[in-house]
Ligand binder design. Structure first.
Ligand code: UDP
Ligand code: MN
Length: 269
């Protein structure tokens, strides 16, 4: 078995729906690598059972129950909660290399070549391209790096209050040092690019390998006609129709039938 893994995070049952579709999308493209999901106590037992049926590894993470001094210091900085939860991915040292994917990401084509890249590889952020977007990144699990990140966060904070600001400050030479650590945009095509640079999306959109539904228009919040199973994108998300429909096709075909009605009801407007 590979000692590489895809890694995602869910802190509640709604984001878990994203994680389930993400995992199915990775299985559809026949990845050779493991799938790991990190969950917090906010994910129900029933949802954990669903996640465990498609992910190889389900890792419980909780900053509050840790006994070590650094984690206790975090209790005084509650605003860094979600950020720190993501940092737990560096503790997955059973793997030699990982690719972190947000739960609002969907894989369209096999991307196993990402594991040839080195830490920290990521694609530019659409809002400030000298920063990388932290929804997709290649990294090497290491307790040393984890501790350094925690110390850095406690002393410096995060300029945007989230993991992206923190990781960009920590891996601060990303923009200039090594072009091989710049992932092509097709590995993290942020959904807002479809309207902010529509001609480029028309030209290159068919090459996209990973789509990232950033912002508030999450696929699970879109309206689905339950008869036709056609998604009706919310205003402003029309260019995403094809990607949103694929997300819902995977949800309907591979995920929905195994969910309780209560869990399935978390998706769809
Ligand atoms: N996340 C989560 N629960 C939350 C918020 C975020 O599990 O309440 C995780 C999830 O993996 C999500 C990631 O953190 O994909 C980053 O948040 P999000 O994708 O919403 O941010 P965006 O990409 O829109 O900036
Ligand atoms: Mn995201």
């Amino acid at each position: 078995m590979s000692d590489y893994s895809w890694v995602t995070l869910a802190t509640n049952d709604t984001y878990s729906l994203g994680a389930l579709v993400l995992a199915r999308s990775l299985r559809r493209v026949s990845t050779n690598h493991n799938l790991t999901v990190m969950v917090t106590p906010g994910v129900s037992a029933a949802m954990r059972a669903q996640l465990a049926s498609v992910f190889n590894v389900l890792e419980e993470v909780n900053i509050l129950d840790s006994k070590d001094e650094k984690n206790l210091a975090l209790l005084t900085r509650p605003e860094l909660g979600i950020t720190f939860t993501k940092l737990h991915c560096w503790r997955l040292t059973q793997f030699s290399k990982c690719v972190f994917l947000d739960a609002d990401v969907m894989v369209l084509k096999n991307c196993d070549e990402l594991f040839d890249r080195e830490e920290l590889s990521a694609a530019p952020d659409v809002g400030w391209p000298d920063c990388f977007n932290s929804g997709v990144f290649v990294y090497r699990p290491s307790i040393e790096t984890y501790n350094a990140l925690i110390n850095f966060a406690l002393s410096q904070g995060s300029f945007d209050g989230g993991d992206q600001g923190l990781l960009n400050q920590f891996f601060s030479d990303w923009a200039t040092k090594d072009i091989s650590r710049h992932l092509p945009f097709i590995y993290n095509m942020c959904s807002s690019a479809t309207y902010s640079y529509l001609p480029a999306f028309k030209q290159f959109g068919q090459n996209v390998k990973i789509v990232h539904f950033i912002g508030t228009a999450k696929p699970w919040l879109q309206y689905l006609d339950s008869e036709s199973r056609h998604v009706k994108p919310s205003p402003g998300s029309e260019h995403l129709q094809g990607f949103l429909q694929l997300w819902w096709d995977i949800f309907c075909n591979d995920v929905h039938s195994t969910l309780s009605s209560e869990m399935a009801g978390l998706a769809g407007a």
